[in-house]
Ligand binder design. Structure first.
Ligand SMILES: C[S@@+](CC[C@H](N)C(=O)[O-])C[C@H]1O[C@@H](n2cnc3c(N)ncnc32)[C@H](O)[C@@H]1O
Length: 281
């Protein structure tokens, strides 16, 4: 069952939040000279055409990257993220292309770093191959995300990041993410794990967070970004990210970034950003 196509949602508020967090993490892990490993378990198709028929259906990017892409004064991490988006759209009056997580990682990784992409959808997998096959740092696998956690972890590099960004179309996806995190962590307990999830109903989200706590894994940072209150008629009111083994002081960086992003991206005034520890050290 692979009906989900990220092209319909590319560049929306949730992509902006996820990719700003990704830039913060990639910048943090590439500060030291030793090589890093990055695994993107649900890679998507790498980059998205915002003028495509699919992206034009809901025009979700207009309330995401469209609201901020021209802003020049922003916290350093957001500035770097916007530079990457603007490089993809050089000379254009409106953003026509949106870089996905693999393209953002490609921009920030150094010569000695490695990126492994797993993606099951045949079309998206082929798009990844077309885009990245000449980059020797990148390996692309048409493989299940959760199988990939078993197959590729632990990496020989001592440091790195696993991004887990499923479509959440299956009812059991939250359970699969928790099990996937346990699998990955049992193989590579020093790795950083960044998990994106949608916020639709308080109950579902609370059960997911409780299941993460019940794994016994320590050092889990929790970010929550709402654009509308739970009482609104919107189904998709926000998104969250969990970061296991977060780099030092990233909580402060993310709080500054998410507070800054909420002003242009929110669709109601009475909403808040949270960055706190789900499980401390
Ligand atoms: C939210 S999109 C990924 C977006 C991408 N990470 C980004 O930020 O640009 C989720 C992707 O996961 C893929 N997918 C769904 N189930 C999968 C699975 N079990 N294993 C690998 N890929 C999967 C979908 O085809 C889709 O392209």
């Amino acid at each position: 069952m692979l009906s989900y196509r990220h092209l319909y949602h590319a560049g929306n508020f949730a992509d902006v939040v996820k990719h700003v967090v990704l830039v913060a993490l990639l910048e943090a892990i590439t500060r030291k000279p030793t090589p890093c490993y990055v695994q993107d378990t649900h890679a998507g198709c790498g980059a998205y055409a915002l003028d495509s028929h699919e992206a034009q259906q809901g025009k979700e990017h207009q309330d995401g990257i469209g609201r901020i892409w021209q802003i020049q004064e922003a916290p350093q991490v957001i500035h770097r993220y916007l530079e990457i988006v603007r490089e993809w759209n050089a000379g254009l009056p409106e953003p026509r292309y949106y870089p996905g997580s693999p393209a953002i990682a490609q921009s920030l990784l150094r010569k000695s770093d490695r990126l492994v992409l797993t993606e099951l959808h045949p079309q998206d997998h082929d798009a990844l191959v077309n885009q990245f096959q000449d980059d020797k740092r990148i390996r692309i696998h048409k493989q299940d995300a959760y199988q990939g956690l078993k197959a590729f972890l632990p990496p020989p590099e001592k440091r790195g990041l696993v991004l887990i960004d499923p479509p959440f179309e299956r009812k059991d996806e939250y359970d699969r993410v928790v099990a996937g995190l346990q699998t990955g962590y049992s193989r590579w307990s020093h790795g950083i794990y960044a998990i994106w999830y949608p916020i639709m109903s308080r109950g579902l989200q609370t059960r997911f967070l409780e299941a993460c706590v019940a794994t016994g894994i320590r050092k889990i940072l929790h970010c929550e970004f709402l654009i509308a209150p739970f009482s609104s008629d919107k189904r998709f009111v926000g998104c969250g990210m969990l970061i296991v083994n977060p780099p030092w002081q990233i909580d402060t960086t993310l709080e500054i970034c998410l507070q800054w992003l909420q002003v242009p991206l929110r669709q109601a005034n009475d909403v808040q950003v949270r960055v706190d520890w789900l499980v401390p050290e």
